[in-house]
Design a protein. Sequence first.
Length: 239
Amino acid sequence: MQPQAAQFSVQWYVQTIVPFITGFPNWMGGILSGQEGTQTNQIDSLIVTYAANLSALIGAMKFGIFDASFSDIWLGIQGVVFYVLGGIPFLLAAVATLFVLKVSTTAIVAVGPLFIAFLLFEQTRQYFWGWVSAIAGFMLAQVLISVVLAIEVGFINTMMIKDGTLTTTLEGNLTILIVFCTFTALVIELPQQAASIMGGGPSGGGMISKISGFGAARSMTSGAAAGISRLRRGRNTIK
């Protein structure tokens, strides 16, 4: 009977807990960003939106031979260059961070039954709470990034497309570049803040590791490890 009970418990975990952990960040991110929880694939949505705006920006650069001024041509080229220079690092940071967070969450959830078993014993209970802390940190980071991405996409659409037409101005081009840089920094920093909130201090690292997304995973892992190490002190006193 015990193997059957264990098998039933694992099946319940896979059917109930796993979908909640993997689906809750997308749902909550959609609610907080005003999309009624309908976000299904944030990475694809971000890439499609960015590519569509870039295509519209390039398509708007249709100048007449005689009526085009140098200012219009310069602002159009400048808008495309700023959009690419600011958007590519943002896309790289956002896509890599989201991908690492989702894969890491799936990997940690997959070994969940092992950590749940640790809850049964006083000497190993701290490992269970460290596992819970890591999962909560990953989920919180995904929710925060979902909100940031929704705000960024909405801001681009508002700044670049006004009254149904796409216009380029010097102020608008500079704003797009500055906003892209700002949101890139936010996407890089949010996983570290989530790790800090969930019990671990943010870890440092070079800009390359942060932009590539591996800094996010290291931040969350260090947060879980810090929580476990604090719980271990004073509790494992077996002689």
